[in-house]
Design a protein around this ligand. Sequence first.
Ligand SMILES: Cc1cc2nc3c(=O)[nH]c(=O)nc-3n(C[C@H](O)[C@H](O)[C@H](O)COP(=O)(O)OP(=O)(O)OC[C@H]3O[C@@H](n4cnc5c(N)ncnc54)[C@H](O)[C@@H]3O)c2cc1C
Length: 380
Amino acid sequence: MDFDLTGEHVLFQKAIRNFAQKEIAPLVDEAEETNVFPKQLFKKMGALGYLCPRYPLELGGGDGDKIMDCIMAEELNRVNAGIAASLMVQSGLSTQPIYRFGSEEQKEKFLVPAIKGEKIAAFALTEPDAGSDAASIKTRALKDGDHYVLNGTKIFTTNGPICDFATVAAYTDPSKRGEGINLFIVEKGTPGFSASRKLDKVGNRSIETGELVFEDCRVPAKNMIGEKEGGGFDMIADTLISGRITYGGRCTGTAQAAYDLTVQYAKERIQFGKPIVAFQATRFKLAEMAMNIDIMRSYTYRVAWMYDQGKNVRKESSMVKLFASETLQKILSDSMQIHGGYGYMMEYPIQRYWRDGRLFTITEGTSEVQRLIIASETLR
Ligand SMILES: Cc1cc2nc3c(=O)[nH]c(=O)nc-3n(C[C@H](O)[C@H](O)[C@H](O)COP(=O)(O)OP(=O)(O)OC[C@H]3O[C@@H](n4cnc5c(N)ncnc54)[C@H](O)[C@@H]3O)c2cc1C
């Protein structure tokens, strides 16, 4: 058993940390304020092979593994959760179905440009009336010659307003609940496809999140992922399992940033003639945070390693997501508490991590959904 990162992992971690500090950190304030994503990052990171570190070199990726995905998520989230989320959708949710199940033509036309940062991708599953109950989506794809005609509305789509293409879930056969779903690649500019609304969020304000509308939108049949009708739900499950492991890295990065800010503040803030870090109540909170961050990181790496070994991690990926996102809530709450009244002021950066991290028990499967999955896997 070897718990160390490899030399390659450590080099990647240093490189991405350095990149995040130098190239992303200076863009955060403006992106948060304007709710406009700094799109130049896609091409910049793609050219360096940082955008999709896990995909093979011949497709333009970094030839890395799942652990690298998690390292990237952690480092990007330390700097900014919103920017990280947008880039994570590109390296995971929207492109993994094409990578795993797409045709050579789809890989060449959509995956390679996405890996290089030349095309921005989105993943559209959730609908106004179908969130946790994803099998209840209503978007319909009806075959018409060598096209499918899509009708429906998607909500909360990360990168929706800025995407060049979206990987969209729709029913080809609504009589088969879940089973009758397929994924389609829909290009921006296709008549009948519009990003209709940019949503105003409490946190993660640097991501552009939107509503997508499909009105008699004719999509070439060759843009359907997979060779036959049906089976899209399994592709979505495959994608979400991977995404939930990455989520461990996201939560760890946000937790680490909150901890670092809090330690610094606790050393500087003087009350009763001493820095508040000298009080046992503060020290105990910080000690518990440090312990939990270490567990979050270690468990994330363990499950990422299992994934890289080709093991079935349906249960463990939900455990990572549930544990890391719920533990993060306590860490963020304690960080705010230690910051006192100043923490509640917009000029102190801790409030942004607190707002951003609140999302993490909700997206890519709520905590309740993760509990349902873990229970179904363990209580047979
Ligand atoms: C900022 C943001 C970005 C997002 N990005 C994307 C994206 O890029 N693509 C995409 O497709 N989606 C995206 N989503 C959607 C996200 O995945 C959903 O919000 C999430 O799956 C929950 O669905 P819901 O919001 O409809 O909540 P609901 O499903 O309505 O759930 C509401 C509450 O009920 C609970 N609940 C529901 N069913 C059960 C049950 N059976 N047992 C116990 N409790 C239950 C939930 O856990 C939750 O607490 C995003 C959402 C946000 C907010």
